[in-house]
Design a protein around this ligand. Sequence first.
Ligand code: BES
Ligand code: MG
Ligand code: ZN
Length: 503
Amino acid sequence: MLSFKLTNQHVVEHDADLYVGFCFKNALPESLLRDFSTLYAPLNEVINKRKFTGATGSQLVLSAIKKNKPVTIMLVGLGSEKNSQTDRLEYARRAMGLVIRAAENEKAAKVAVLMPDSHLFGINEFELTKELVSVSMMAAYHFDQFITDPAHKLTCDIEILLCAEEILHNQMSIGIEFGQRIGHAVNQARQWCDLPADVLTPTVLANHAIRIAKVHNLKITVYDEPTIKKMGMGGLAAVSAGSAQECRFVVIEYNTDLKNTPTIVLTGKGVTFDSGGISIKPANRMDEMKDDMAGAAAVISTMEAISHLKPRANVIGIAPIAENMPSGTAVKPGDIVTFYNGMTAEVKNTDAEGRLILADALSYAVKHYKPDMIINVATLTGSCAAALGPFFAGMMSNHDDIVEKLTTASKRSGDRLWRLPFHQDYKRAIRSHIADMCNIGNETYKAGAITAGFFLQNFVEETPWAHLDIAGTSFNVPDMSYYRPGATGFGVRLFIDFLMNFK
Ligand code: BES
Ligand code: MG
Ligand code: ZN
């Protein structure tokens, strides 16, 4: 567990185990050098000797003695001040990730951090504190509940002292509160993703949603499998047909007291395990498909966070949840399913199942809420992961205003998006001769991420809509100091930022 405390006492005057200062490349502040030299006299010499410049990802970690106790001093690089505002903030988050890693290595219980000046990142103290707090929690997250050897477990109890002038404390304390809510929500989504599929079944995930709704006074409706079939959600029922686990359809509502506020639907793919079904996947790395509910996890966890943070919009979180398995009762290639809105699709590949469950979710959203906007998030295609890799999720939309707002939220939050072309020309890829559409694109068209997007578009009618494909960004993202192997919780920070800044 991490805890955070504000202090106006000078950073080097604390009784800490680890003392931290940040600096931009080739711009080490005189005052920082002077202050930290009181803990480590030859600081200037060692900086030159080790050629520490403050480049992105650089760090200088020194052992010293304070009041006869061993302590550690750490300078962390923020990269060039000439980087874009987006990158400066991102490199600050990564620098904070390195601080948590150092604290873990040094088994530090108390870390004193000299807060950098928020204006250097083009934001205020509230925002910078929020970012550093949430990213610290993300860095500290570890999934070790199935490890029994205590020596193999990672205990991480750290008190972080944020040192800054008293005049900034008001803003910063709200930043701590927001940062903790966000960090918790991200880590909760990661934990659901990291849990194996035998533990996190559709029912269990739906029960987490129920628990959250109860505790935070959100309205919730959960439909079970017989009801889902009766309601005509043929896509969700088809995906679940081969599984011994029942499917669920979760709807959570957050309502503001404010008048004339828009209604925003967030919907996320919740496949608790994607074996591919009858179109079964290769054995290699199939285990990672326990993460195929990352979209639903992001949506449900976001709902918890916003129940506290109170955005100025009504937000509906919808999660269709199922397990995709082969068996004698499974949906077969060639089967035709009928969705909640009455449209039909030919299932040519049972591994293209995410779009089938989302088709029902989008139809339900449109019919029952007539929302001002729908944002869809899903680990939908290997094609998107292949195109963009692990650092950017694919964004598809033909509504430029949503794209702009999402892009802003993406740049600020660190959950990065890249828009893919979404032209009608791709739409013919999914035509079928015997149903309204086909669940995979014709091979001539390639562009699997985009053709999947066009499949979904059939179900949003005229609603302003964006689809985010997070197949590449939700699991095993390399080189990021604040992640570890496993889930990232992608989408939670993005959604919270998007909703909190919604105008
Ligand atoms: N869950 C996968 C997509 C995926 C792939 C997520 C890799 C994370 C990492 C999805 O259900 C799927 O299997 N998609 C198929 C679609 C194809 C059959 C049209 C794919 O991308 O291969
Ligand atoms: Mg079943
Ligand atoms: Zn699949």
